[in-house]
Design a protein around this ligand. Structure first.
Ligand code: FES
Length: 110
């Protein structure tokens, strides 16, 4: 199953510099208050955040506690394992999803 958010009015090509154009086939992950980086095909979005040493909350890593909820601001993600926790609105579980396009996410600040 896929989730998609499209709220930006800026086209991808306008926002990209020369380096991003070279790597345009690799999903780019933009995180609030942290850096933007390229997905290295880790198992999940949570693993990708941890690989960049971005402190993302988690507990079960199995899709049932909901601790890894983040907001999907822009882009498309795909499920890598079943999510048993019911998310609300634009929330996704970072341990259960991987990016399939450039994405922008927001990690809750509490
Ligand atoms: S860490 Fe528990 S649902 Fe993702």
């Amino acid at each position: 199953m896929k989730w998609q958010m499209t709220t930006s009015t800026t086209s991808t090509s306008e926002a990209e510099g020369p380096k991003e154009q070279v790597m345009s086939g690799i999903p780019r992950i933009k995180v609030n208050h942290y850096s933007t980086f390229f997905y290295q095909y880790e198992f999940s979005l949570l693993d990708a955040l941890e690989a960049q040493e971005i402190p993302a909350p988690y507990n079960c890593r199995g899709g049932y506690c909901g601790c890894c909820r983040v907001r999907l601001i822009e882009g498309e993600v795909e499920e890598v394992q079943d999510a048993l926790y019911d998310t609300v609105g634009d929330e996704i579980l970072a341990c259960c999803m991987k990016p399939v396009s450039h994405v922008e996410i927001e990690i809750p600040e509490d």
